[in-house]
Ligand binder design. Structure first.
Ligand code: THU
Length: 161
């Protein structure tokens, strides 16, 4: 028997004011985008904005449904939209923010498990890392250099071979 360990390091900033201009701008865009979330059931509004390699910004917001499982997260709306509108154009960075109508929004929220799996697949497809910037409406900001870091021992296309 051997023990193995996994883990990753990421950057923690005390606030958005510590970010470089490009990263701060992207996070502000994600905060603006979350106004278009449709979250009448959870009241948890999520906005995501990507900067693509061609300089274009693409937004995604969570879109809920009266049949709860039909709802889709902001990250997957964004990924589907980006790859449909700009096929073959790599995503460089995605900023994700949220507004919780029932609570506080002062710390980063991480992508859910399904979104981690989806992000990992898109990252693999484009052969280059997708950076993630996570932040609430205020408070600390996390920067993760590669989305797949969030999914250690993840299942991927290589497992199907
Ligand atoms: N949500 C996202 O949009 N992204 C995540 O990574 C976490 C959760 C949405 C799904 C649902 O509409 C609401 O937030 C509460 O779970």
């Amino acid at each position: 028997m051997t023990q193995q360990q996994t883990g990753f390091s990421f950057e923690v900033y005390d606030s958005i004011t510590e970010l470089n201009d490009a990263d701060a701008q992207l996070l502000i865009k994600a905060k603006e985008a979350l106004k278009h979330a449709y979250a009448p059931y959870s009241h948890f509004n999520v906005g995501a904005t990507a900067i693509l390699q061609n300089g274009v910004f693409v937004n995604g917001t969570n879109q809920e449904n009266a049949s709860y499982p039909v709802g889709i997260c902001a990250e997957r709306v964004l990924l589907s939209s980006a790859s449909s509108q700009f096929p073959g154009v790599a995503i460089e960075t995605i900023a994700i923010s949220y507004y919780n109508e029932n609570g506080i929004s002062n710390k980063p929220a991480s992508p859910c498990g399904i979104c981690r799996q989806t992000l990992a697949e898109y990252e693999e497809r484009q052969h280059q890392p997708i950076r993630l910037i996570l932040g609430g409406l205020e408070g600390k900001v996390y920067i993760i250099s590669k989305a797949a870091e969030l999914l250690p021992l993840g299942f991927s296309s290589s497992d199907l071979k």
